[in-house]
Design a protein around this ligand. Structure first.
Ligand code: FES
Length: 249
């Protein structure tokens, strides 16, 4: 199977980028997008050409490192699937691929297809965690949590922080990402104790780097964790709740 690849090449953040065209002659439909890039890079290294830089770690949809834009769509043509799980056999036309980094003002290009997503880390540092000193760990079953609430927490904890929602958004908004953190932690007993402080910290930090939400909904279309638009609504809801509380939490 012969694939023509237009890949974004950019030496560093300050350099001008451009597309370069390569051909992989021996791809197979079973290959994932990253395996095609591996094959391309083998060819480039054999020709003494710099390989195309891209990120990956788990290659099984868990870590969120691998996101690239394929033919204008974050992660690729298969809906709600990370780049490492996009297989050529599911592409409408796998013979020609245009590969770019995740495009967003908050994600500067590091090199080729690699972007710096530390703006997401700053949101997590601001409030995407539980910071109360709760002493020693209690018995696992000492705090009973209703099944539907634990399911909700797990659904929103599934966010892998890939940044595709931001790259898909015309405004570069991070509401789906931030809302997933807020809903996940607000659903659990240990997360409730700093619910208001968390909402203020997360939204405040989010607004430093990311754009406003106009509820286009493109974010949920590409999210590999299937985070739904309730997360977007949660950003406003949790912020309002934090602002109107008589006794701040
Ligand atoms: S490499 Fe980990 S999610 Fe794709």
């Amino acid at each position: 199977m012969r694939i023509t690849i237009e890949a974004w090449r950019q030496e560093n953040h300050d350099a001008a980028g451009r597309f370069e065209t390569y051909v992989v002659e021996d791809a197979t439909p079973e290959m994932s997008l990253l395996e095609v890039l591996d094959r391309l890079n083998d060819q480039l290294v054999a020709r003494d050409v710099d390989p195309v830089a891209f990120d990956s770690d788990c290659r099984e949809g868990v870590c969120g490192a691998c996101g690239i834009v394929v033919d204008g769509r974050p992660h690729g043509p298969v809906p709600n699937t990370p780049s490492c799980r996009q297989h050529l056999r599911h592409f409408p036309d796998a013979t020609h691929l245009r590969l770019e980094p995740m495009r967003a003002g908050a994600f500067p290009v590091v090199r080729d297809l690699v972007v710096d997503r530390s703006a997401l880390d700053r949101v997590i540092e601001a409030g995407g965690h539980v910071a109360v000193d709760a002493g020693q760990a209690g018995d696992a079953d000492a705090t009973l949590i209703p099944h539907d609430r634990s399911e909700t927490a797990l659904d929103y904890a599934a966010c892998i922080g890939c940044g595709a929602c931001i790259a898909a958004c015309p405004n570069g908004a991070a509401h789906l990402f931030a809302g997933a953190k807020l809903l996940h932690l607000a659903a659990l007993e240990h997360g409730k104790q700093e619910r208001g402080r968390r909402a203020r910290a997360i939204t405040g930090q989010m607004e430093q780097d990311f754009g406003p939400c106009s509820t286009y909904g493109e974010c949920a279309e590409v999210c590999p964790a299937d985070i739904d638009l309730n997360a977007v609504a949660a950003v406003n809801r949790e912020s309002l709740r934090a602002g109107f509380r008589r006794k701040p939490d």
